[in-house]
Design a protein around this ligand. Structure first.
Ligand code: AVI
Length: 340
């Protein structure tokens, strides 16, 4: 006991580890490759500068954008059933935690043993985790700055933190709400789910993945959810260009690009593009590209799944028993996938 207390005191809670460092040379190279590809493309991760994150929060309040409130209602009404699957005392790994609000709303029923929010930047987590720690002073918390979209792997310091809290053998719950898995192409989603399974395997019995998934539905509903009447999603899409200008030093004129979003039924995905209004040349230090009138720049895919197809993906990733809960309209599902 004495040993435990002194080891724990080495880790004041919350503790933070910044694993990901933005490499500006690599970022610029990636942006130039995207801008000069045919068709041009920019990765959706560049939506989320400070203004983009606020615009996304505004999207979640729109009448047309049903996923956030539908998922919240599923959690609210089914959390007790979910708690029969998720082990009390589990270490929760919250992927893309942001404000940490979704996980925190489940703590009362789920009773985690530790909380590990993961986001690309620890700076973004600092404020939210500090406030959460005040509400849950006894819950060990570790904020991890990690770009899990390229690889979901715990840094050595996180392993040491778990050992220091005697949590190496505890069950693990990988929590990935918000249907962000839809922003990965199926092969990339499979890779990420496989890594989530490996993360679960590092823990004890009863580990698994709790994940929110947006479902295939009528095209009219999907089209509106990504092209709202107020134009908030259009602003979110165009803001990517401002962010790219800041990162790359380019001179793209957001006003000269039109928001285009539609459900591609053959691919089961929403596609978001920006379409050039008039021919234009975009320049950046060391390069340029001319876009013809009407030419498109691809900014995001958001894949929609049937429960059967997503369960198949979970099994392919190595998960065992799968359970899911959904809303009355069958628009959204929350899956629990047991690791072993
Ligand atoms: C973050 N992600 C789940 C959102 C989605 O629905 O694919 C991003 C988004 N793009 C436009 N609206 C919302």
């Amino acid at each position: 006991m004495k040993r435990l207390i002194s080891e724990r005191s080495v880790w004041p809670s919350p503790h933070f580890v910044q694993e990901h460092r933005q490499d500006m040379v690599a970022v610029c190279a990636e942006l130039v490759t995207g801008l000069t590809s045919s068709p041009a493309r920019l990765a959706p991760k560049y939506f989320y500068d400070a203004l983009g994150s606020r615009l996304f929060d505004a999207i979640t309040e729109l009448d047309e954008y049903y996923p956030t409130r539908t998922e919240a209602a599923i959690f609210e009404s089914r959390v007790r059933e979910m708690a029969r699957h998720v082990a009390a005392g589990a270490v929760w790994f919250d992927l893309g935690a942001g404000s940490c609000a979704k996980a925190a709303s489940l703590f009362g029923v789920m009773r985690p043993g530790a909380y590990v929010p993961i986001d690309i930047s620890v700076d973004y987590l600092r404020g939210s985790v500090a406030a959460l720690q005040e509400r849950h002073p006894a819950l060990p918390m570790l904020g991890l700055g990690l770009d899990f979209s390229s690889a979901l792997e715990l840094p050595a310091e996180a392993d040491a933190w778990l050992s220091g809290h005697d949590l190496r053998a505890a069950a693990r719950c990988v929590f990935y709400p918000g249907s962000s898995i839809g922003n990965f192409a199926p092969d990339e989603a499979l890779r990420l789910l496989g890594q989530a399974r490996a993360l679960c395997d590092g823990g004890g019995a009863g580990s698994g993945l709790l994940i929110g998934v947006d479902r295939v539905k009528a095209k009219a509903v999907l089209d509106l959810a990504y092209d709202d009447a107020l134009g908030v999603t259009a602003a979110f899409n165009r803001n990517l260009l401002r962010h790219v200008n800041r990162l790359l030093g380019s001179d793209i004129q957001p006003a000269h690009w039109r928001h285009v979003a539609f459900y591609n039924e053959a691919e089961s995905r929403i596609e978001m593009h920006l379409q050039a209004v008039g021919a234009q040349t975009v320049a950046w230090p060391g390069g340029q590209r001319t876009f013809a009138d009407g030419e498109r720049l691809h900014t995001e895919n958001s894949y929609k799944w049937t429960p059967e197809a997503f369960e198949g993906l979970l099994r392919q990733a190595g998960f065992g028993e799968v359970t899911h809960w959904s809303d009355e309209r069958g628009w959204f599902s929350v899956f629990w996938a047991q690791a072993s």
